[in-house]
Ligand binder design. Structure first.
Ligand code: CAA
Length: 297
């Protein structure tokens, strides 16, 4: 197994751009891939904005920000991953799409490179088993916003060897400010197993009229010390992502606590995916978010 120097990241969206920034900040060479140039430039633009903000705030020097940016290369071509030592996938939470992607990458990336998935809920083994390198496969689960949240869950699949696991754990620990916590390959790992039912319960509480969207959020901030309320959080995570995660958890455990509440199903049909769509539990089109009026209809 090669020493990790170059990291390929698949996806430069909500999670991928943050992961790319964090990994480049830690001194690794990064190549991040998107499906087309416009999407890639959007993701790279977000990173550049964050780097510029860090300089403005005096949290980073211009020299350091430039060095981080210089370590980051964008591509639309998987061929640029051929000599990467570690690949982290951060694409849509859809097993079919992930399997297609690994199939393509498996044929291109050098055989001793490690593959890691940033899946929020899918079993690591289901992806590992589709590649020719199930022993070199693990989970590296980052949290949104990846630049800020300290945790990385490091997931040991049933086929992950000790050597692979130790290498990805050491990699996660090498990322500045991150806390790496090992977990076993159980759907939802530690955080989403606990966090997703909490967000779904907040949706049910809203449906049952316990409080308004803003009241439920304000109550959990003021009453439980959470940095943001559960419905604001659902909008941050993306209601589409939360929907995909709870479908996986429900399929796995068949427990009501993981089932999509009707309000979530309707929001997904309406395209109200949250902050990234400009509308979710809140409407973000004005200066300040306001409760989505459509939900009261
Ligand atoms: N990208 C990069 N940096 C960001 C950011 C983003 N999207 N959002 C906020 N930040 C930075 C800000 O620039 C600011 O940095 P400085 O301290 O250097 O100024 C810092 O974070 C704090 O931001 P704000 O002052 O704007 O706001 P805040 O204090 O309310 O913090 C928050 C924002 C960090 C998002 C905080 O509200 C929080 O921790 N919320 C909970 C988030 C959470 O639970 N995430 C996990 C979601 S679950 C998940 O991701 C797993 C999954 O699989 C679905």
């Amino acid at each position: 197994m090669a020493e990790i120097k170059k990291v390929g990241i698949v996806g430069c969206g909500l999670m991928g751009h943050g992961i790319a920034q964090v990994v480049a900040t830690a001194g690794y060479d990064v190549v991040v891939r998107e499906v087309d140039d416009a999407t890639l430039q959007k993701g790279l633009g977000k990173i550049e904005k964050q780097l510029a903000r860090a300089v403005e705030k005096g949290k980073s020097t211009q020299e350091d920000a430039d060095a981080i940016r210089a370590r980051l290369n964008g591509t639309t071509d998987y061929a640029d991953f051929a000599d990467a030592d570690l690949i982290i996938e951060a694409i849509t939470e859809n097993l079919g799409l992930k399997l297609e992607m690994w199939k393509e990458l498996d044929a291109i990336v050098k055989p001793d490179a490690i593959f890691a998935t940033n899946t929020s809920s899918l079993a690591v083994i289901d992806q590992a088993a589709s590649t020719s390198r199930p022993t070199l496969f693990a989970g590296l689960h980052f949290f949104n916003p990846a630049q800020v949240m300290k945790l990385v869950e490091v997931v040991r699949g049933v086929t992950t060897t000790d050597e692979t696991f130790d290498a990805v754990l050491a990699f996660a620990e090498s990322l500045q400010g991150k806390i790496a916590i090992p977990t076993r390959d159980k759907a939802g790992f530690i955080v989403n197993r606990l966090l997703v039912p909490y967000m779904l319960d907040a949706m049910r509480a809203y449906e049952e009229g316990v409080g308004s969207i803003a009241e439920i959020d304000a109550a959990m901030k003021a009453g439980a010390g959470h940095p943001m309320g559960p419905l604001t959080l659902a909008d941050l995570v993306g209601n589409d992502t939360t929907g995909a995660i709870c479908d996986v958890l429900f399929d796995e455990f068949r427990e009501r606590r993981f089932a999509q509440p009707p309000i979530l199903r309707k929001m997904l049909s309406a395209g109200w995916y949250g902050r990234k769509a400009g509308i979710g539990f809140y409407d973000y089109s004005g200066d300040e978010p306001v409760e989505n009026p459509g939900l009261a209809r």
